[in-house]
Design a binder for this molecule. Sequence first.
Ligand code: CTP
Ligand code: MG
Length: 369
Amino acid sequence: APPNPEQVIRQQNTNLQAFAREIIAAATPTPEELAAQNQHLKRCRAICQRICPEGELVPFGSLVTGFAITKSDLDAVLTSPYPEDLFSTLDKSGESNSLPHNLAKEFQSEGFEVTLLLMTRVPIMKLALKATDESSFDLSCDIGFNNELGVHNTRMLQTYSRCDPRVKEMVLFVKWWAKKRRINSPYRGTLSSYGYVLMIIHFLINVVDPPVLINLQNTPIPEDVPPDQIFDEDGEGEHQIWYAKDIENLPKTSNQMHIGQLLRNFFEYYSYRFQWGREVISIRTQGGIFSKQEKDWIAAVTRPGRSGHSQVKDRYLFAIEDPFETSHNVGRTCNAVGVDRIRAEFKRAVNIIRFRDGGRSMRELLCLE
Ligand code: CTP
Ligand code: MG
């Protein structure tokens, strides 16, 4: 007898699970690579120290969350107890004696390739270093200035990752897929890795049934939490940064799905249920969804950027609310072509998962035709 539809689906999911395990193993950086990244970070820290002794270079992003895939960039932020100093130097960034320029010169003299991006939403210094005898791994590092929210949201992602091992597995697979399919280029009209992580967390809290994750921002704040752990001030205003950290005391999930089932449901949700034109992903919110109308995220607007002289264009074609900086659309990097490509990729993935069977054809998920 031909297999019944349920058996077919089960078989497809099992194939996807096996394929995902293989990809996750290949995507995970080796201990040597991670050690080299930490070595690079130490060296960058020492160089920053010379130019800005009162500052501290704090890592964030995938090296901290554990969401790094092999050859990931290193993200770090230079913080200082005197934020105004940093910003006032940034305001006159046309002058060559500003902090970023001085840092750039110092890194150049140490053999780094340096690019200053002062027109971006937050100023960024991009560093690159080719592998040498000292380290057999290339370095690619982004240093930001006084963007401490990145440090906070990194810690929350890390906490979500600790809640269930499937979080990291999904992130590694989806990042690898997005990279292979070339829809992970925020500078070229598509979405950042951070955006994909928020899509996954929304799915694991609000979509999959039963949920894999509990909403850590939507639990009551204990009375003994000091105010500075609830709110954070920065150049753009006050943000609520509190989330539950004592995950040992939270109820455990009853969801038993394997990674193949979860990935299939993830691709199906963003192909056929999520309403890209109308909805906003908001992981801090009960239910995880706002309408664009509710947030007034409708028409694109142009506003001055943080570094004073730059212009920032806010688009809402794909809307993902940052969990702390709630006025910020993490999907703003997506242009019309980019959103269409991302949506087409989700559907393509579903078609491959649904209609092919052997483990070999799952490979098409990641191939460029
Ligand atoms: N981030 C942010 N707002 C954005 C994009 C990024 O606050 N719009 C911060 C987040 O803290 C995120 C970090 O920057 O964890 C790094 O973002 P990104 O490089 O996109 O993610 P990674 O997990 O580091 O992925 P990759 O390995 O591709 O670098
Ligand atoms: Mg990164």
